[in-house]
Design a binder for this molecule. Structure first.
Ligand code: OOG
Ligand code: MG
Length: 262
């Protein structure tokens, strides 16, 4: 750790205020070039603590930057994790208010719900499939608190990996009966196909993303409890949305997830 506790608290406040006031800020590594990975996750943890102290519940965890499409789009090379909030959960088929967001983008993802806990290090795809209760389709609405979505890895980790809203679909299936590597995903905006991918876009298999999350948390002495909802990361690049846009993500074997932006 290179930052003091005071600086970590101050940067958590800056980023959370940016979210709540919908005013983007410069990426924090510009002013704090010496911050390290532990500092970045400590800022994210401080944002989480601020929210929990006000009564927000953590609704799940997310991996980000797990597909080459996303890494290429954002110019980064490694996956990151963050948390989802109760107020971020939106209904399938519902309306999402863009006035509460800065510059939202949508991502089609595959989500897992665990039946048994997972703890790294050494967690692999087999452990994940054995511990999974079911998988379901989900769309994440990301909204970086940084100007023009410009960041580096440490800045985006501190900013809770751009987490803002998420919508889970209701078709849930046992992972055992599905070929998650080949599972096709089609993302449509206003009836037009804007991106397509298969589950393998995420680290070769979306369960690898959950394994990586368990291992990253394990390195910090944390585990994934039974029942955890986990979003494994966008299978395609993220698509910007504006008021009036309708998004539908169509999943092979898992139905659709849709929403309208107002
Ligand atoms: C960071 C969050 C990325 C994903 O699914 O890859 C993410 C960002 O691109 O703003 O959630
Ligand atoms: Mg995502």
């Amino acid at each position: 750790m290179n930052l003091t506790q005071d600086t970590i608290a101050q940067l958590a406040g800056l980023l959370e205020d940016a979210e709540l006031k919908r005013e983007p800020v410069r990426k924090i590594t510009d002013a704090h070039p010496g911050m390290d990975w532990d500092d970045a996750y400590a800022i994210q943890d401080a944002i989480r603590a601020r929210k929990e102290a006000r009564g927000t519940r953590v609704a799940g965890l997310k991996m980000g930057l797990t597909s080459f499409a996303k890494m290429r789009q954002m110019g980064v090379t490694e996956p990151v994790y963050g948390f989802l909030t109760d107020y971020g959960a939106c209904m399938d088929g519902g309306v999402i208010d863009t006035a509460a967001l800065i510059h939202p983008k949508v991502e089609a993802e595959i989500a897992f719900v665990l039946r048994r806990p997972l703890r790294g290090p050494g967690c692999h795809i087999g452990d994940v499939l054995a511990a999974t209760d079911f998988v379901l389709p989900a769309v994440e609405v990301i909204d970086s608190r940084y100007e023009q979505f410009r960041f580096d890895l440490k800045s985006v980790i501190a900013d809770n990996t751009s987490s803002a809203r998420f919508v889970a679909g209701g078709t849930h299936r046992r992972a055992g009966g599905l070929d998650l590597k080949n599972l096709g995903v089609v993302l449509e905006k206003n009836g037009e196909v804007v991106a397509t991918a298969a589950g393998a876009a995420v680290l070769g298999h979306p369960a690898s993303s959950v394994a990586m999350l368990a291992n990253m948390l394990g390195a910090r002495g944390r585990a994934l409890p039974a029942g955890t909802f986990i979003m494994t990361g966008g299978v395609t690049e993220a698509i910007a949305v504006a008021p009036g846009d309708c998004i539908t993500a169509r999943y092979q074997h898992l139905g659709t997830v849709s929403m309208r932006f107002a």
